[in-house]
Ligand binder design. Structure first.
Ligand SMILES: [Zn+2]
Ligand SMILES: [Zn+2]
Length: 112
């Protein structure tokens, strides 16, 4: 899922390093990610808000230990070894009301 662009862009995660590595958070949406942030993605789930650009890092062990829904837990366990960067349409910073509905939708359709 990690690919290379032939131009250099600023890392979308730390907004500091420059890199040619990118992942597609959603089809057609490139998230540039530097070596350091790829390394961080081994131990953290990384979420990036496509609306405001805010980045959330959550330690994988912590996230998985807090999941009480077995299906959700096994889905996340499968991702434990992946370097996953997920794009969110909105986040709690830019739309606190929207995020509640968004998470509810995802839970109902099982895409969380
Ligand atoms: Zn970075
Ligand atoms: Zn946001």
């Amino acid at each position: 899922m990690l690919a290379h662009e032939n131009k250099i862009d600023r890392c979308n995660i730390c907004k500091h390093e420059h890199t040619t590595n990118y992942v597609e958070a959603k089809p057609g949406i490139k998230i540039f990610v530097c070596e350091d942030c790829i390394e961080a993605a081994k131990y953290n789930f990384i979420f990036i808000c496509m609306n405001c650009g805010k980045v959330y890092l959550r330690p994988k062990k912590f996230v998985i230990s807090r999941l009480s829904i077995p299906e959700l837990r096994s889905a996340y366990l499968k991702c434990e070894d992946m370097q996953l960067i997920q794009g969110l349409d909105i986040c709690m910073e830019c739309d606190p009301q929207g995020i509640a509905e968004y998470m509810n939708d995802r839970r109902m359709t099982g895409n969380a």
